[in-house]
Design a protein around this ligand. Structure first.
Ligand code: FES
Length: 336
């Protein structure tokens, strides 16, 4: 195990938010941005029809929206599972650690109550849409119980990260033609430390400074090098494999009746691929199975009750609503 430092992310973020407001900044949450045009000034439009003008805009939406630079082709989505269980304070590990097999498991603890802490174990990473995560959750849970004297598993959830093909985050001007629009993405699971770095770098760039190390993270760096070509090629081959191969997949079913209650599958109905989920009482919810990003077919994640696209990691609810980009539009409803 490799030791790491640990701090409380919520306290850290609340202090940052306080600092922004104390210096006259405004924070708006739950406002969906639907348009961006770069100019002097830049204009950002919201779902509610409001237009905001700004000298500079930073797109820091995890997977970047308005991806005119086609960054999605250089970002590989990775989903990772998390399980948590109570552990006695005296038996809890003192450090936050990752296993030395390139971090296949990471372990930390969080405050719980008087004599206990919550042991949090992360691992079993996979590409979204690459099948169900039930077995992966079971494996991770077993590993936690095999290695630590924990109580019953109290929580389980999943997180999603984006890895850049050369392993270095993209932080700086969005694309070669950009002058006032910046991006920060591709932290590969290291967003707390990478985010602090990105904040410092972007603050410097927006105020006209050019730190010596800016070139390392510059999103435009990859256009002029072949270094990442093999990784990019491999990724695009995977996308093509899904785009073509998934249409003929044997796991697709031929009728809604074949889908067990509480489960979902892609069904061919009148020649069209529909993503159908059946509730426990048998009620069916059907949406188009074609991802609204670039048209790959979604597949069902039963453990998380969601549709996932294996090409670039978009995720949708059973009603088709976007849960995670790069897709921006929902899956359209279908009648079954
Ligand atoms: S996320 Fe790109 S095609 Fe689905």
């Amino acid at each position: 195990m490799v030791p790491q430092a640990q701090f409380h992310p919520r306290k850290y973020l609340l202090a940052l938010a306080d600092d922004i407001t104390a210096q006259g900044g405004l924070i708006y949450e739950r406002v969906r941005v639907t348009g961006l045009s770069e100019g002097s000034p830049c204009k950002v439009t919201t779902e509610g029809g409001v237009t905001i003008t700004a000298e500079d805009v930073i797109v820091a939406t995890h997977f970047p929206v308005f991806d005119r630079a086609l960054h999605f082709a250089r970002l590989s989505p990775r989903r990772e599972l998390v399980v948590a269980a109570p552990i006695a304070v005296g038996r809890a590990p003192k450090h936050m650690c990752v296993t030395d097999d390139m971090g296949k498991r990471s372990v930390r603890t969080a405050p719980l109550d008087g004599g206990r802490r919550l042991l949090v174990v992360t691992g079993e990473s996979f590409t979204p849409g690459a099948g169900d995560s039930h077995q992966r959750f079971l494996r991770l849970d077993r590993w936690m119980h095999d290695h630590f004297p924990v109580g019953e598993t109290a929580y389980r959830w999943a997180a999603q990260d984006n890895d850049v093909s050369d392993g270095v985050p993209l932080v700086g001007l969005f694309h070669p033609g950009a002058r006032h629009v910046y991006v920060a993405t591709g932290f590969g699971g290291w967003g707390m430390s990478g985010g602090a770095m990105a904040g410092q770098l972007l603050a410097a760039l927006v105020t006209g400074a050019q730190p010596e190390w800016a070139g390392l993270y510059d999103p435009r760096r990859l256009w002029s090098t072949l270094r990442e070509a093999p990784a990019l090629l491999k990724q695009q081959v995977e996308v093509v494999r899904h785009f073509v191969g998934d249409r003929a997949k044997t796991t697709h079913v031929d009728s809604v009746a074949e889908i067990a209650p509480g489960s979902g599958a892609v069904v061919r109905i009148e020649g069209r691929h529909c993503a159908v989920y059946r509730e426990e009482d048998g009620t069916a919810h059907a949406v188009s199975a074609r991802c609204t990003h670039l048209g790959c077919l979604v597949s069902f994640n039963e453990a998380e009750t969601a549709w996932e696209c294996p090409c670039h990691g978009s995720r949708f609810g059973i009603d088709g609503k976007v849960l995670h980009g790069p897709a921006l539009r929902p899956l359209s409803p279908r009648k079954v």
